[in-house]
Ligand binder design. Structure first.
Ligand SMILES: NC(=O)c1ccc[n+]([C@@H]2O[C@H](COP(=O)([O-])OP(=O)(O)OC[C@H]3O[C@@H](n4cnc5c(N)ncnc54)[C@H](O)[C@@H]3O)[C@@H](O)[C@H]2O)c1
Length: 363
């Protein structure tokens, strides 16, 4: 197990425990738990029993009172109503400003529980315990919390760093292949945005992670989580362009997710969003053929199933990308790729370029 400590600029210090088969987290971080008067463990109602058992191994029953709250499955958890229900539950059960929320689940659970932690009594401490591959390398880290509104992703949210992120890859043993593949969609993103060493780790382990190889998953979680937290520590609020790298593929990806009405896993949507970015970059003359082939090959390696759930409605797509919160007032704004690790934000791309990328991404 590796333990990291990141001082987030203008914010708190975030600790991260990354590894496999951890035990008794309160014993490892006594300072953090000393002042908590009560704990609330939040998880998804569709989580397998093994997830709850592992969460209890990490946070064994102690002397502190605790409560349990189950969220509806996946994206159904990410609503303002659910955040309100969790906050009301905490209030009814006597939770105070000194209480702590422990969110154990996929990105939907950590997004919603983190959001509720940020509004309850104007902010209580929370611990992020991501349990999917995708959430361990991305969603469960970085302090962005959110709910969806009006069918669009992450429209209301806050920045509220967890005091601690615990990425224990033993959780991934129960993950179905489709969820491993979804996580691998975000993994490919790291190969496109990261430095050579990180790209090397992803390239070496990508196919093994798809097969559920424990060592490969642990190597990728450690490398990607540490890289993400390093970026977040320097630019928590997307102000200098550093953190923006992590959004590669997400503008188109979020549109695809919305156009699938919740039937496209987030990581698959991101993988298609990455392909969108690569095609748009090639069409803009930014990305040469050799690099295109090499980077697109990583997406091919995911063997994505056909995106039948996504409506082929280019006008709807244009509407969604223009309303994306990352558009910053432009008609559209995308992060494009000049080569491995070299990114280039671009605004107001021509419709012909967007259409070609849209069609290619959904092939
Ligand atoms: N806040 C961020 O920075 C950030 C970044 C990327 C993605 N996200 C968000 O994360 C969400 C996607 O997260 P996700 O891919 O984890 O999906 P998810 O949270 O919907 O979980 C997928 C499924 O996996 C199940 N599951 C969770 N852990 C399991 C385990 N160990 N074994 C078996 N099943 C398990 C869940 O119950 C659920 O059914 C999206 O809402 C996305 O917007 C947030």
């Amino acid at each position: 197990m590796k333990i990291f400590s990141f001082k987030i600029q203008h914010s708190r210090t975030v600790k991260a425990a990354l590894g496999r088969n951890m035990e008794d987290i309160p014993a490892l971080f006594p300072e953090l738990f000393k002042s908590a008067d009560k704990l609330c463990l939040v998880t998804g109602s569709d989580a397998p029993p093994s997830l709850r058992a592992r969460a209890l191994a990490l946070f064994p029953e102690g002397k502190k009172p605790r409560a349990y709250f189950w969220l509806p499955p996946s994206e159904k958890a990410k609503t303002l109503e659910q955040a309100g229900e969790l906050a009301s539950f905490l209030f009814e059960n006597g939770f105070s400003r000194s209480s702590m929320i422990i969110a154990a689940g996929g990105g939907a659970v950590t997004d919603l529980a983190g959001f509720a932690a940020s509004i309850y009594m104007r902010g209580v401490t929370w611990i992020s315990v991501p349990t999917t591959f995708l959430a361990q390398i991305d969603a469960g880290l970085g302090g962005k919390t959110a709910v969806n509104l009006g069918g669009a992703k992450n429209i209301a949210g806050t920045f509220h760093q967890p005091a601690l992120a615990v990425c224990d890859t033993a959780f991934l043993d129960s993950l179905p292949h489709a969820e491993l593949r979804s996580g691998a969609g975000e993994l490919v993103k790291y190969a496109l945005i990261g430095p050579g060493a990180l790209r090397g780790i992803v390239e070496k382990n990508l196919s093994k992670t798809l097969a559920g190889d424990k060592a490969a998953l642990t190597a990728c979680v450690s490398a990607c989580a540490a890289y993400k937290l390093k970026l977040v520590a320097k630019d928590e609020r997307d102000e200098t362009g550093l953190r923006e790298r992590l959004n590669l593929g997400h503008t188109a990806g979020h549109a695809f997710e919305a156009m699938a009405g919740g039937r496209l896993p987030h990581g698959e949507a991101v993988a298609r969003g990455l392909r969108f970015a690569l095609i748009a970059s090639r069409e803009q003359g930014l990305l040469g053929r050799t690099d295109f082939k090499k980077l697109n090959g990583l997406i091919d390696a995911l063997r994505l199933p056909p995106a039948t759930a996504v409506r082929r409605d280019f006008r709807q797509f244009l509407g969604l990308v223009s309303r994306d919160k990352k558009a910053r007032g432009a008609r559209n704004r995308f992060i494009l790729v000049e080569g491995p690790g070299r990114l280039h934000p671009a605004e107001d791309l021509k419709t012909t370029v967007l259409k070609k990328a849209f069609q290619g991404a959904l092939k």
